[in-house]
Structure formats: structure tokens, C-alpha cells
Design a protein around this ligand. Structure first.
Ligand code: GCU
Length: 422
């Protein structure tokens, strides 16, 4: 005989359902601890010393840094965090897709360069948008990836709209507040940018699109556990942009500043750590997996970043979900890999998800390496007041306001680059 749910048992059934749903929700929050935004809740943690080898031997001179500790740290970031970038020089093709020597009301030269990653010019390519101040040689260039497409950084109607991923859905000039193009040109810098979706669209598709498949061995369908994720690919794209800039006669290839905001700040740091041709590296609000210390467990954590963005890091990084204590590195060591080249770390007061204090401490604990290599380093030991840039070889500021890259930030980065270039 069939059993029917009576009025009363419907009520009981619903009650049971509510209880089951509540307890499931309870379980989820038990697995995902509350986000810590209060300094008093930060538990004690131990950082690996950037100047002690894994076997316990202290690093006391430059030669031990270059020959032993630096390669050791780089390899830890490759195998445990971002994944290894495929080695080997690519046979790139640069095609000038457009060029205009009267851009920005006659103040600048604008070029769009299609960078093909294979000589047959098939497969993925990226479009590099370059503005250079007119009548200037040996131009220093600010290079960074953009989030929404080259056409969104400026109102300039001639900039092409990328066909990759989501670029077409954004309006021309819609991100121009983040890119003070005219201000950059007026200060004598060039600006180079690439849409990050040209290199690798930012969603978890099992690495079928973007540049990863270009490097698969026969039969391989996705990167191995210790191979690169999307941040690795974006960083690689920045180096390919630099490959082009080295060939442009107007540009000074020894004065390239690589910078990025947020996830693209993580990519800029990783690019600067791996590729020593970048003269200056800038991280704007890069947070977890960028400049902020993971072991503080403040704001975004390793588990939350891996759960929300499973494609950003290498698979092995997931072993450190809710297990930051066992990470053999922390982000101060990423900053240390940039030494002795100048690096600027910037935070924003209200950007607690990115852990401003943790970003400052990333810089602070990298400082001994900068000192060992004979630079002035950070020069301060405390988080500075708001809107007060500090530091020499490591620059730092915490700006009032939230998660963004603003004109204030850009002006500080250009001050910093000028100080080092002149
Ligand atoms: C998310 C993510 C951050 C990242 C940011 C961004 O908030 O959790 O890690 O930096 O997006 O890229 O804007």
C-alpha cells in the first residue's frame, strides 16, 4: 500500500527538512572558520627565515644567497604555490596591428602589437597596447595587465576590443579611473598593458583555454600538481610583453616597471620574482598569495582563495588549506626574490580582506635580504600613518579608502621609479 504524507506529517517533514538544512549550514561554517578581521584574534605563528637554508645553515653573504638560498626559495614557490612555469624561450612573433603618432591629443604614440606565441601565428595571442610620450627616447615604461580589456583603460576610440573571454561586454573607458594614461605620459613614462583574459581567461575550465595547452606534452590534458595555474600564466604573459618591449627602439628595456592590482598584483610579484629583467616591481593591494603573509590567517586565507579560485595556484597549494603552519614559505620570501631590485608594496586602509598589516609585514620580513644585498631596504619598522609613503629599496604606503588602484597610488609608483631611475 502506498503511504501518503498527511497534513500533520507534512508539517513534521518540513520541520525535519529545516533542521537538516540548518545543521548542514552549521557544518559548513564549522569547516570554513569565520574570517578574522580583528588583530587581537591573530594567533601566534612562525615564519620561515628568508636567510636560513632549509638544512638550518644561516645565509650570511651574498654568494650564499644567490647560489643556495634564492634558488631554494624560488623552487619552493614553484613546487608548492604558483606551480612551475614551463622553461625554454618561445619563438614569438610580434605584429604591429596599429600605430598612430598623434594619439592622446597629439601627445603620444599609440601602438597595438599582437604577440603570437608560436611562429605559425595560430592559437592564442595577446594584444599589447602601448602609449609612449612623443619625441622621447629611452622611455621608461609602466607595464601591467588589465581586468576588462585594453579598450576599457581609456576613452581613446581607436583601441581595439579584444575577442577573448569577456572583454566585449565592457564599455570603452569604463576602467579609466584605474589607468591615468595622460598623467603617465605627462610624467615621461610609457604605458604598456594587456588584457589578462588574452593570456588565460579567469575561470576554472580545467586549463583547456589560454596558453597552458601550448605546453602540454603528448597526451597531457591539464597541468600536473606542481605545474603552473592561472597566476603563473599571467606572470608569463608579462614576461612576453617585456620580450616585445626589448625590441622597441623608443623604450629603455632596463627601465620597465611591472605592476598590478589585486590578483594581477599577485601576478606582477610572481613575474618580478622569476624574471630579473624587470627593473622595478609594484604590488597594489595584492593580498593573499601576493604580498600578505599567509600564516597570519587574517582576511582571505589559503583555503578560501583555493576554494573560490581553484585555478589560480598549482594543485599542490591546496594541501595548505587550513594548514598554513606547514607551508615551507611565506610571502615575505616572494618579495625577497625581487631583491636587490626595488619593489613597492601598497595597501588600502579599508581593504581588510587583503590584510594591509600582513602586506606591510611581508615587506618588513623581506628586508633582511635587501640589506644583505647592500641596499637601504625598507628603512622603517612600523606600519606608517595613512597616505605617508616610506622606504627606499622597498617602498610602502597604506592609502585611505578601499580596494582599488587610484591616481594617488600611480603617482607614488612613478615617484618611486623616478627616484631609482635617476
Ligand atoms: C578576490 C580575491 C582576491 C583578489 C581579488 C581581486 O577578492 O579573493 O584574492 O585579489 O579578488 O583580484 O580583485
Amino acid at each position: 500500500m502506498k503511504k501518503y504524507i498527511t497534513g500533520k506529517s507534512w508539517f513534521e517533514f518540513l520541520l525535519l527538512l529545516v533542521i537538516v538544512m540548518k545543521s548542514a549550514a552549521g557544518n559548513t561554517s564549522a569547516q570554513q572558520p569565520e574570517v578574522i578581521y580583528d588583530e587581537s584574534e591573530v594567533a601566534p605563528y612562525t615564519l620561515p627565515d628568508a636567510l636560513v637554508l632549509d638544512n638550518g645553515t644561516p645565509v650570511t653573504d651574498e654568494s650564499a644567497w644567490w647560489k643556495e638560498r634564492r634558488p631554494e626559495i624560488l623552487s619552493l614557490f614553484e613546487t608548492q604555490v604558483y606551480g612551475k612555469t614551463p622553461a625554454g624561450k618561445r619563438d614569438l612573433r610580434f605584429v604591429i596591428a596599429s600605430s598612430d603618432s598623434n594619439a592622446l591629443h597629439g601627445k603620444a604614440i599609440r601602438k597595438e602589437i599582437t604577440v603570437y606565441f608560436t611562429p605559425d601565428m595560430e592559437g592564442p595571442s595577446m594584444s599589447l597596447l602601448l602609449y609612449l610620450p612623443k619625441k622621447q627616447t629611452a622611455v621608461p615604461v609602466m607595464l601591467g595587465l588589465n581586468f576588462k580589456g585594453n579598450h576599457t583603460i581609456t576613452d581613446d576610440p581607436k583601441v581595439a576590443v579584444s575577442g577573448s573571454w569577456e572583454a566585449a561586454k565592457y564599455k570603452r573607458g569604463e576602467d579609466s579611473m584605474s589607468w591615468p594614461v595622460m598623467g603617465i605620459i605627462d610624467r615621461g613614462f610609457g604605458l604598456a598593458t594587456v588584457y589578462y583574459g588574452d593570456i588565460d581567461p579567469d575561470f576554472d575550465d580545467g586549463f583547456r583555454n589560454g596558453v597552458h595547452p601550448l605546453f602540454y606534452e603528448r597526451g597531457q590534458t591539464k597541468p600536473g600538481t606542481g605545474e603552473w595555474g592561472s597566476i603563473g600564466a599571467w606572470a608569463w604573459g608579462l614576461s612576453r610583453a617585456l620580450d616585445y618591449l626589448e625590441t622597441d627602439e623608443a623604450v629603455d628595456p632596463e627601465k620597465i616597471v611591472v605592476l598590478g592590482h589585486s590578483r594581477l598584483g599577485k601576478a606582477a610579484l610572481w613575474a618580478g620574482a622569476q624574471d630579473q629583467r624587470f627593473a622595478v616591481v609594484v604590488s597594489n593591494n595584492s593580498g593573499c598569495g601576493g604580498a600578505a603573509l599567509s600564516k597570519r590567517i587574517f582576511g582571505e586565507t589559503v583555503a578560501s582563495i583555493n576554494n573560490n579560485f581553484p585555478h589560480w595556484f598549482c594543485d599542490r597549494f591546496k594541501e595548505y588549506n587550513n594548514n598554513e603552519a606547514s607551508l615551507p614559505v611565506d610571502q615575505h620570501m616572494l618579495i625577497a626574490l625581487i631583491a636587490p631590485r626595488p619593489v613597492y608594496i601598497a595597501s588600502a586602509e579599508d581593504d581588510l580582506w587583503a590584510d594591509p598589516k600582513g602586506e606591510f609585514l611581508g615587506a618588513f620580513f623581506a628586508d633582511p635580504v635587501f640589506k644583505l644585498l647592500g641596499t637601504a631596504g625598507l628603512t622603517v619598522t612600523e606600519l606608517p600613518p595613512l597616505n605617508t609613503p616610506v622606504g627606499k629599496t622597498i617602498g610602502y604606503h597604506i592609502r585611505s579608502g578601499g580596494h582599488a588602484i587610484t591616481r594617488y597610488d600611480w603617482d607614488r609608483y612613478m615617484d618611486f621609479a623616478e627616484m631609482h631611475f635617476h
